[in-house]
Write a protein that binds this ligand. Structure first.
Ligand SMILES: [Zn+2]
Length: 294
């Protein structure tokens, strides 16, 4: 049976799968990301997933970034042992397959467009809202990766040029308002006492005022960015995944309101937001789709 090899490189786990033309997973596996020797762990995982299976025709990799899509190198923020690591070439040497490399959030968007909540949408923005905020675009059915492979870094779009400084060096970035750690940080500054964004979501669910306000503030930032994206490239559909999206109503209700209040033009107001349907499988699906199209 014809298949491709899909690989997902994250700070906490490595995943690989053989995926057929329809998106069915034939075999798959995951391992925790080791602190050192990541490539050896990946080689072992690929050997395990491909052993005895059909020979894949190509490999697609979604990796945590930042990356250099021209050189095929990655420097994942929370994988200090990989700085400018030649991932595309290493996997090509290991497998002998043609390899395509993209960002993990870009793969999330491609996967949701292929098989998930954004299936068939004309113009899709996929976003992963968790420790950071990543994104990817599929415009007119075609993934928009950008000249260096970094298109879709929507977490670092500025929604307030006079706003707070961001860890990226920019100012007023969406991530500074809406990522999990930043939601919790702001809430603690307002007197909330809790460990993390997950606890904050539970408190917002119960109606605790500061927790509700934190999600409304984060949703306002996300909404402003989404409205800007809709105005710029006529995004029609937004699919949101990641840990913060698990908060559900406490995020999505104020987000709908923020978009309604911030958007003006009819085609901008028409943008629709959905939670992920593929969840953690979206990035693998997207990596497979990129491999099939390569
Ligand atoms: Zn930033």
């Amino acid at each position: 049976m014809a298949c491709v090899l899909a690989i997902d490189i994250g700070g906490t786990k490595l995943a690989a799968a053989l995926v057929d033309r329809e998106g069915t997973v034939l075999r798959d596996g995951t391992v925790p990301t080791p602190r050192d020797g990541v490539m050896a762990a990946l080689a072992e995982l690929i050997a395990r997933v491909t052993a005895g299976g059909p020979r894949p025709m190509a490999a697609g990799i979604g990796s945590a970034g930042p990356m250099d899509g021209v050189a095929g190198t990655v420097s994942p923020v929370n994988m200090p042992s990989w700085r400018g690591f030649p991932l595309r070439e290493s996997v090509r040497e290991l497998t002998g397959l043609p390899v395509v490399l993209a960002g993990d959030a870009q793969c999330f968007a491609v996967g949701e467009h292929w098989l998930g909540a954004g299936r068939g949408s004309a113009s899709l923005l996929g976003m992963v809202v968790s420790t950071g905020i990543g994104g990817g675009l599929v415009i007119g059915g075609v993934p928009l990766l950008g000249p260096t492979g970094n298109a879709g870094h929507v977490g670092h779009m500025s929604v307030d040029p006079y706003g707070e400084a961001c860890e990226c060096g920019g100012r007023g970035c969406v991530e500074r308002y809406a990522s999990g750690p930043n939601l919790a940080r702001w809430a603690r500054e307002q007197g909330w006492r809790g460990p993390d964004a997950q606890a904050l979501a539970a408190d917002a669910e119960k109606g605790e005022a500061v927790a509700v306000a934190a999600f409304e503030r984060g949703a306002r930032a996300l909404g402003g960015m989404i409205v800007s994206m809709a105005a710029a490239v006529e995004v029609t559909t937004v699919v949101i995944g990641g840990g913060v999206a698990n908060a559900g109503k406490v995020l999505f209700d104020p987000l709908e309101r923020a978009i309604e209040e911030t958007a003006g033009l009819a085609f901008v107001k028409a943008v629709r937001v959905h939670p992920t349907t593929l969840g953690i499988r979206a990035a693998l699906a997207g990596a497979a789709k990129l491999a099939w199209d390569h």
